[in-house]
Design a protein around this ligand. Structure first.
Ligand SMILES: Cc1cc2nc3c(=O)[nH]c(=O)nc-3n(C[C@H](O)[C@H](O)[C@H](O)COP(=O)(O)OP(=O)(O)OC[C@H]3O[C@@H](n4cnc5c(N)ncnc54)[C@H](O)[C@@H]3O)c2cc1C
Length: 397
C-alpha cells in the first residue's frame, strides 16, 4: 500500500516537474525571413503539428500578399483573376499561431543575433531561416537599375506591366517589347504578354528575346529547346542568341557594346542575383552572394542560420533555382528548425535528379519537361492549372 502510494507520488512529481520546466524554460525565438515557397510550406506544416509552447515563431516578410510565380503568366494572359494567384501571409500565420511582421529585412548581426528591419527597429532570434528568393542580375548593365522592369520582385513587375499596358492602349503607335533572358520564366512571360496583346486593340506589336547563351532554355533538353525555337519563330518573335545587353537608356538598348535596339517596354529576366546584405552579414556565401548550406539546409558557417530556396546554394549538389526545390525543402526545414531548437538530430534534404517543369505557352496550352522527356498539348495546361490551383488553395482555405 505504502509502496504503491510512493510510486504514484513519484510519478506525479515527475509530471509536475516536466510541466514546471516547460513553463519556466526559456522561450526560443525562431525567425523566418521572407515569405518564399519553402517558408509557406514550413508554416503550413508547423500549423498542423504545433511545436512545444516554449518555441516562438515569427515570419518577417516585406509583403502580406504574395503572388504565386507559377500563376503569373496565366494572370498576364487573362486566364486567372488576381484573387486566384495570391497567398495571404497574415491569414496563414494566424492559422499556424505564428507572428506575422510586415517589414523588409535590411541587415542581420550574427554575433548579437539581431535582425534589423526597415520599419521596426530589430528582432532577436535563437534560430533563423532565410527564404528571400532572388532577383535578376542588373549590376553589370549600365542604366538597368533605372530603365526596364525586372521580372522580380513580382509585386513590382505586375503593376509596372499593367501601367505600361494601360498607357500603350491610349496610343495608336506600333510597339516593340523586348525580353532579356532566355530561361523558362522569360519565355513564359513573353508568351503570356504576346497572347494578351493579340487579344487587345493594340496596333502592331513586335517582340524580341535577347539571350546571352548560344541557345534559349539552356538547362532544358534538346527537344524542348527545338519546340520553343519553332514556336517563337512561328509567332514571328525576333530571337537574338549569344548576345549580351550591355547598356540601356530611356529608348534604346545597347547589345555587345556595338549594336542598338529601340524599345518601348523591356523585361529583365537575366540570371539570378542575391541581396547584398546577406553576404555583408558574414554568412558564408558563394561568389554570387547565395548562402552556402549543407545537406540539412543549414549555413555552413553559422549553425543557427538556415537558408532555403533561391537565396541558398546547396553545396552537395548545386541546384537549378526553381520553385520545385524550394517547395520540397519546406517540410525538411520545418522539421529541422524544431529539431535544432531541441538539440535533436536533423534530416538531410535529398534533391531529386529530375524535376517536372510545366511551361505555359500563353494560350491554354503548355509543354512538360522531365529530364530527357517532353510532351505538349492542351491537357498539359489543364494539368498545370490543376497543380497550381491545388497548390495555392492549400494556403487560402
Ligand atoms: C514568371 C515566373 C514563373 C515561374 N514559374 C515557375 C514554375 O512554374 N515552376 C518553378 O519551379 N519555378 C518557377 N519560377 C521560379 C520560381 O519563382 C523561383 O525559383 C521561386 O520563386 C523561388 O522561391 P523562393 O522560395 O526562393 O523565394 P520567392 O518565392 O521569390 O519568395 C521570396 C519572398 O521573400 C520576400 N522578401 C524578399 N526580400 C526580403 C527582405 N529583405 N525582407 C523581407 N522579405 C523579403 C519576398 O517578398 C517574397 O515573398 C518562376 C519564376 C517566374 C519569375
Amino acid at each position: 500500500m505504502l509502496l504503491s502510494a510512493l510510486s504514484h507520488f513519484s510519478r506525479l512529481s515527475a509530471i509536475l516537474k516536466k510541466v514546471m520546466i516547460n513553463q519556466f524554460a526559456e522561450k526560443k525565438d525562431i525567425c523566418l525571413i521572407g515569405g518564399g515557397h519553402s517558408h509557406i510550406i514550413a508554416i503550413k506544416q508547423l500549423g498542423m503539428q504545433p511545436p512545444s509552447s516554449n518555441i516562438r515563431i515569427s515570419l518577417i516578410c516585406n509583403d502580406q500578399f504574395i503572388l504565386y510565380s507559377g500563376m503569373l503568366p496565366g494572370l498576364i494572359s487573362g486566364h486567372y483573376l488576381p484573387q486566384d494567384c495570391y497567398i495571404d501571409l497574415q491569414k496563414l500565420c494566424n492559422q499556424a499561431k505564428i507572428t506575422f511582421i510586415q517589414d523588409e529585412v535590411e541587415r542581420i548581426d550574427l554575433l548579437s543575433k539581431q535582425i534589423y528591419c526597415n520599419l521596426h527597429t530589430r528582432f532577436s532570434y535563437d534560430l533563423m531561416s532565410i527564404n528571400i528568393g532572388s532577383q535578376p542580375m542588373l549590376l553589370d548593365i549600365k542604366g538597368a537599375s533605372r530603365y526596364g522592369c525586372p521580372i522580380k520582385p513580382l509585386k513590382q513587375f505586375l503593376p509596372n506591366w499593367l501601367k505600361w499596358l494601360h498607357a500603350a492602349q491610349s496610343t495608336n503607335e506600333p510597339k516593340h517589347i523586348v525580353i532579356i533572358g532566355g530561361g523558362a520564366a522569360s519565355i513564359e512571360i513573353l508568351l503570356a504578354i504576346h497572347y494578351k496583346l493579340s487579344h487587345t486593340n493594340l496596333p502592331h506589336v513586335n517582340f524580341s528575346l535577347i539571350c546571352a547563351h548560344p541557345s534559349i532554355l539552356n538547362s532544358y533538353n534538346q527537344r524542348i529547346k527545338q519546340y520553343f525555337d519553332d514556336y517563337l519563330n512561328k509567332l514571328g518573335i525576333n530571337v537574338i542568341t549569344g548576345k549580351r545587353v550591355t547598356a540601356i537608356n530611356q529608348h534604346k538598348l545597347v547589345i555587345d557594346n556595338d549594336m542598338t535596339l529601340d524599345y518601348d517596354f523591356v523585361v529583365w529576366a537575366t540570371n539570378a542575383s542575391a541581396q547584398p546584405w546577406v553576404a555583408k552579414s558574414g554568412l558564408k556565401c558563394d561568389p554570387s552572394g547565395f548562402i552556402l548550406v549543407d545537406q540539412f539546409l543549414r549555413s555552413v558557417s553559422h549553425t543557427d542560420v538556415f537558408a532555403v530556396g533561391d537565396c541558398a546554394n546547396f553545396i552537395h549538389t548545386p541546384l537549378v533555382k526553381n520553385g520545385v526545390y524550394a517547395v520540397r525543402q519546406g517540410p525538411i526545414l520545418a522539421n529541422n528548425l524544431i529539431a535544432a531548437s531541441h538539440n535533436r538530430s536533423l534530416l538531410a534534404f535529398k534533391p531529386q535528379k529530375y524535376f517536372l517543369s510545366l511551361l505555359a505557352t500563353g494560350d491554354r496550352h503548355a509543354v512538360a519537361s522531365l529530364g530527357p522527356l517532353h510532351a505538349h498539348g492542351k491537357w498539359i495546361w489543364l494539368w498545370k492549372n490543376y497543380i497550381d490551383r491545388t497548390f495555392i488553395e492549400q494556403f487560402n482555405q
